[in-house]
Design a protein around this ligand. Structure first.
Ligand code: GLU
Length: 416
């Protein structure tokens, strides 16, 4: 695979760069380059046609110096061990940046959930959970939704885990339905956090969010909530897309109506009163805020020179390659890095975990208020370091995050 497009190579490159800036000692640097543990499992699943298919699943723990392993599980044909490992590393930095007491983890299954029935997905998820049982637990490893997984997936994991240990353990997952101990506000938390950091960043640039032209790539859990909340904040969402392509309306899309259209049609294309456009065209639209909220590696050395946004806010994990990063920085495009811009999800996951352990639940207003407070704080911290050290927002976020993880790793020491 092209070095630029290998996510683990990219994550390590980012770590190497920050290591120089924070004068990270060689042995801690070496430890942080490696994931602590990896579990690879075979997931035999009975398919609806009577056949048996064996899927491959991964769960990777990167660094647990600051707390138990936390991170989503994704279902996608493109899942690989390198991708899951990079995503686990990014979760370590994200949790540290938000100063929540978790280490980084990620999981994934190589499968195409779009071609699977609900029954097949349930069977696969339950068998995956049984195979991962040895490393999961509310004080060990707490999964959450990611690409193509949702609250229902978490309910199956919670149920399977609970059946195996003989009692209900709701805190083994976050992002579960509210009816089984989920947190209010979790579903749209990533979008809410993303819009909150965008508002702060626009404020820093002296631009109001009202009337700002926003472009969103992806219409999954993150893209949908981000588009909706951006519109509620007064922004004009002029284009959105999904894996089949996008829709463009320079006057601004009606996101509520688009959500209904998407539910019926299964895609955003064909929404009345819009022009179709490809994902490649969408990334190059003239706008104030471009939000890649789909897969990784969307902005690369090949297209970053044509981005016409004033700001890029990374709703997805790893949407910008290091080569694209350099080009965007040279062109003066303000970047809200993934570990900040999309940290709202894991932050409310933390709130969900805390509420579950306390068995005391908060109102949606309380959740949103606490989330916004932490997001504003993290944005201010990153901006301060960025201005003081004269580095990009990404490097500033990494400097803060990696320093915290390094400190915990250092103080816990080597064993034996
Ligand atoms: N999958 C989300 C992320 O990448 C959420 C993880 C979580 O809540 O644990 O941040």
């Amino acid at each position: 695979m092209d070095e630029e497009l290998n996510p683990l190579a990219m994550a390590r490159q980012q770590l190497d760069e920050v290591a120089v800036h924070i004068h990270l000692e060689a042995d801690v640097h070496e430890r942080l380059k490696h994931c602590k543990r990896t579990l690879i499992v075979a997931v035999p699943t009975s398919m609806d046609d009577g056949s048996l298919q064996v899927f491959t699943g991964y769960r990777v723990h990167h660094n647990l110096a600051r707390g138990p392993a936390k991170g989503g599980i994704r279902y996608h044909p493109g899942v690989s061990l390198d991708e899951v490992s990079a995503l686990a590393m990014w979760m370590t930095w994200k949790c540290a940046l938000m100063d929540i007491p978790f280490g980084g983890a990620k999981g994934g299954v190589v499968c195409n959930p779009k071609e699977m029935s609900l029954r097949e997905l349930e069977l696969m998820t339950r068998r995956l959970t049984s195979e991962l049982m040895i490393i999961l637990g509310p004080d060990k490893d707490i999964p959450a939704p990611d690409i193509n997984t949702n609250a229902q997936t978490m309910a199956w994991i919670l149920d399977t885990y609970s059946m195996n240990v003989g009692h209900s353990v709701p805190s083994v997952v976050t992002g579960k339905p509210v009816s089984v101990g989920g947190s209010r506000g979790r579903e749209e938390a990533t979008g809410r956090g993303c819009v909150c950091t965008i508002r702060e960043a626009l404020g820093h640039l002296g631009m109001p969010i009202a009337g700002a032209r926003v472009v969103v790539q992806g219409f999954g859990n993150v893209g949908r909530a981000t588009a909706r909340l951006a519109q509620q904040a007064g922004a004009r969402v002029i284009a959105v897309s999904d894996e089949w392509g996008g829709v463009y309306q320079p006057q601004g899309l009606d996101i509520e109506a688009l959500v209904c259209h998407n539910q019926e049609a299964g895609r955003v294309a064909g929404f009345a009163g819009t022009e179709p456009l490809t994902n490649a065209e969408l990334l190059e639209l003239d706008c104030e805020v471009l939000i890649p909220a789909a897969l990784g590696h969307q902005l690369t050395g090949a297209n970053a020179g044509r981005v016409r946004a004033r700001m890029v806010a990374e709703g997805a994990n790893g949407p910008t390659t290091p080569a694209a990063d350099r080009i965007l920085a040279e062109r003066g495009i303000f970047l809200l890095p993934d570990i900040l811009a999309n940290a709202g999800g894991v932050t409310v996951s933390y709130f969900e975990w805390v509420q579950g352990l306390m068995e005391y639940f908060w109102t949606e207003e309380e959740v949103n208020e606490r989330l916004e407070r932490l997001m504003r704080q993290a944005f201010a911290d990153v901006l301060r370091v960025s201005l003081r050290e004269k580095v990009s927002m990404r490097l500033a976020a990494y400097m803060l995050a990696v320093s915290r993880v390094a400190e915990a790793t250092r103080i816990r020491g080597k064993y034996p």
